[in-house]
Design a binder for this molecule. Structure first.
Ligand SMILES: C[S@@+](CC[C@H](N)C(=O)[O-])C[C@H]1O[C@@H](n2cnc3c(N)ncnc32)[C@H](O)[C@@H]1O
Length: 250
């Protein structure tokens, strides 16, 4: 089967699957951890937060209890999911490597969307964009979904979700065909059963894979002070970076 690189149907014609993928409640405990870290490291009062790559707005749903949240994403279909989930928040279409909202926020949050940065240059561009949108004294939170040190070849996850008259089985497989480069592949198969009828769809995502050292170096290069916090099962055991933008000396 031939598949287009970086196809990402989950954020395009199959974006309707996103609300069914996992219940929004699954995003509560990680969002609470991120809000706690923002308040721990901030040197200013944090009232606003920008979610870069906000997807369907499941993190936004929990973070908005703490901050006034705005989201940006490059997928119109995912932004429409986000707006349905959070009619009270503002969302913008944009590429997290280069958008410019011409304003700053007290905190910035970058979650799983950063997985789609497949070169060191793109990773740095995202951190530069985050730095530009962060007020001095504010905090940017991010963490890797995967890293070179911990990547598990051929890891496969299968789960089933129900919605109305539908029952969907999600199959997710990660594979790195060339451990020498900075990418790996995630292949999805969706078994969609509606009123007993089966429809099978597949999807292919090209993702970035870097060392923890590359992450830390890029964050520092973008101008952040980097604090590494221990992750938990929500972050796949990988550390969380709480990055502050220093307040310039007067
Ligand atoms: C797994 S989803 C995020 C889900 C989100 N955390 C939530 O709470 O629903 C990943 C998102 O990254 C977005 N994305 C990928 N590359 C991007 C880029 N260069 N700029 C902006 N968004 C991007 C995709 O459009 C997708 O919506």
């Amino acid at each position: 089967m031939k598949m287009k690189k970086g196809w990402n149907r989950l954020y395009d014609d199959l974006a309707w699957l996103w609300p069914i993928w996992e219940d929004v409640e699954e995003y509560r405990s990680e969002s609470e951890l991120f809000a706690k870290l923002i308040n721990k490291y901030a040197k200013i009062k944090v009232r606003t937060l920008l979610d870069m790559g906000c997807g369907g707005g499941k993190n936004v749903f929990h973070l908005k209890r703490h901050f006034a949240v705005m989201g940006i994403d490059r997928s119109r279909a995912m932004l429409s999911n986000a707006k349905k989930q959070n009619p009270d928040c503002d969302f913008h279409l944009g590429d997290m490597r280069k958008f410019d909202l011409k304003r700053q926020f007290d905190s910035v949050f970058i979650n799983d969307a950063i997985t789609y940065m497949t070169t060191k240059k793109d990773l740095l561009m995202v951190f530069n964009t985050a730095h530009k949108h962060l007020r001095p004294g504010g905090v940017m939170i991010t963490y890797p979904d995967e890293c070179k040190e911990k990547f598990e070849q051929n890891e496969t996850n299968i789960w089933t979700s129900e919605a109305d008259d539908m029952n969907i089985t999600f199959i997710e497989n990660q594979y790195d065909p060339n451990p020498k480069d900075d990418t790996f592949e995630t292949t999805f198969i969706y078994l969609i059963r509606k009123n007993g009828k089966l429809r099978i769809e597949h999807d292919f995502h090209l993702c970035g894979l870097f060392t923890m050292n590359t992450w830390k170096k890029s964050l520092k290069q973008a101008g952040f002070e980097v604090h590494q916090e221990e992750g938990d099962e929500d972050t796949g055991g990988l550390p969380v970076f709480a990055c502050t933008r220093p307040i310039p000396n007067r």
